[in-house]
Design a protein around this ligand. Structure first.
Ligand code: NAD
Length: 455
């Protein structure tokens, strides 16, 4: 049984039957049998299903937001934001799939024609994270289904109710039961899924789990995508509107209670404005409202996972021991629930875990730098490479800096942002492969090359 707990108060919301090795095998076989017919349907049919799925999300938005908030602890306004953001992503896929997946004629002369078609991979495993279950799930299952694949979707054990809601909505929208199936459970269920002879593995989660999966899947020669963590840096130059940058970056660091893969996790500030920026930033963070996630005015909710409280406490203790200056927060709040105060440190350096290891919580270190070169060096001094940003009035300076930073996405005067039109990917320990954009539609297909000689 999987006990679903409300992270705001520790109460049990539901107990779900988990999948076993046997039930996962049954689901796999059903998906394998059903996928070819799904792939043979005209794309227009699959598009219509996803359009109806979108309508279902709109029709149930308030209830879905409440479920998400109850199991993940996401403040209710942010749950609604995620669902509304999902609609924009679906619209992108609906608009782009036809052209992206259309067969291409690339040569026609002297009786010889050449073309490229986009074939589904087959049955794919979609193992997902809890922090943005609608976003990271739909980045995979929507284009995978549009491309004609069967999908075995394992939501995180921390977002299992949401995963089941997604399954119900897709089935109500006309996606056959066997073509999209939800697998309930934690790592064991994920392992059982990976033991099946699937044709692709699309994983979102931590580097630690991603590395294990890469090792297991590597020799099987199937498509493997890993969207992993980050330690995303931002550099604030000496020419910025300090108040504006502080507001934007406090949001980038603390939104979703700091539990975003692209949360700002490190801030470097030019020495000329360092003190003024820190003051403005701390003021912003102290103004963030922490409270019951069902309350419309709450901005900071509980952490989804209790175990992360210890990670944050250890980072705080390590930073303090090594001389960092604690400017806000720094401790967990009394139970029930997994609460941690929004926390800001200055006078940090890369000797501290806070500046090296993914925090995945409402905590941030601010480091003073002498100039652009030092900032670039420090931004790149990480095992990760998901996103990186710079705040400056000077476009050329921004381009120069961002061109030198190793990251999948780079931001000028913005942060913690994902666009369906742009590929979402990481370098180094942030993963391999990509989702979103037209490339994130193609990636659920294999290209078939046709050499056709007319007799
Ligand atoms: P996690 O690695 O603990 O779990 C991810 C998924 O893997 C869950 O569904 C889990 O049940 C499953 N799993 C665990 N062990 C497994 C195993 N041995 N075999 C198969 N499946 C297994 O990560 P999480 O806590 O759910 O997510 C947080 C992490 O995800 C953070 O590091 C965050 O940065 C990252 N993330 C990345 C992106 C991105 O787009 N790059 C997006 C969201 C989250």
């Amino acid at each position: 049984m999987l006990k679903v707990t409300n992270p705001a108060n520790g109460s049990t919301i539901a107990e779900l039957a988990t999948d076993t090795t046997q039930s996962v095998a049954v689901k796999y076989r059903a998906a394998r049998a059903a996928q070819p017919a799904w792939a043979r349907l005209p794309l227009e049919h699959r598009l219509a299903c996803i359009r109806r799925f979108r309508e279902g999300v709109v029709g149930h938005l308030e209830r879905l937001a409440a479920v998400l908030t109850s199991e993940v602890g996401k403040p209710i306004r942010q749950s609604r934001n995620e669902l509304n953001g999902l609609l924009g992503r679906i619209d992108f896929f609906l608009g782009a799939a036809g052209e992206t997946l259309a067969a291409r004629a690339v040569f026609d002369a002297d009786g010889m024609r050449e073309r490229i078609t986009y074939e589904p991979l087959g049955v794919v495993a979609n193992i997902s994270a809890w922090n943005y279950p609608y976003f990271v799930g739909a980045n995979v299952f929507v284009p995978a289904l549009l491309g004609g694949n069967g999908v075995l979707y394992k939501p995180s054990e921390y977002a299992a109710l949401t995963g089941l809601e997604i399954g119900n909505l897709l089935h109500a929208a006309g996606v056959p039961q066997d073509v999209f199936q939800v697998i309930v459970g934690a790592g064991e269920a994920g392992g059982a899924l990976l033991a099946q002879p699937v044709d692709g593995v699309f994983f979102t989660g931590s580097h630690a789990t991603g590395a294990k999966i890469a090792q297991a899947i590597g020799p099987r020669m199937i498509r493997l995508q890993l969207e992993l963590g980050g330690k995303d840096p931002t550099y604030v130059c000496d020419d910025v509107d300090i108040a504006g940058a502080a507001t934007s970056l406090a949001d980038g660091a603390m939104y979703n209670t700091g539990q975003s893969c692209c949360s700002v996790e490190r801030i470097y500030v030019h020495e000329r404005i360092h003190d003024a920026f820190v003051e403005a930033f701390v003021r912003e963070v102290k103004g963030l409202r922490i409270g019951d996630p069902t309350d419309e005015s709450s901005y900071i909710g509980p952490l989804t996972r209790e175990a992360q409280l210890e990670v944050l406490e250890a980072q705080v203790a390590d930073a303090r021991r090594k001389g960092a200056r604690l400017l806000a927060g720094g401790r967990r709040l009394d139970p029930p629930g997994n609460w941690f105060e929004p926390t800001v440190f200055s006078q940090v350096d890369h000797g501290m875990a806070l500046m090296r290891e993914e925090s995945f919580g409402p905590i941030i270190g601010i480091q003073k730098v002498a100039g652009d070169d030092e900032a670039v060096r420090l931004m790149n001094e990480t095992e990760y490479g998901l996103t990186a940003g710079v705040y400056t009035q000077d476009a050329a300076r921004a381009e120069r800096i961002l061109a030198q930073v190793a990251a999948g996405s780079v931001y000028w005067n913005c942060c913690d942002r994902v666009s369906p039109r742009l590929p979402w990917s990481g370098v180094k320990h942030s993963g391999i492969g990509l989702t979103l954009s037209t490339y994130g539609i193609e990636t659920f297909t294999r290209l078939k090359a046709w050499h056709l000689r007319t007799p």
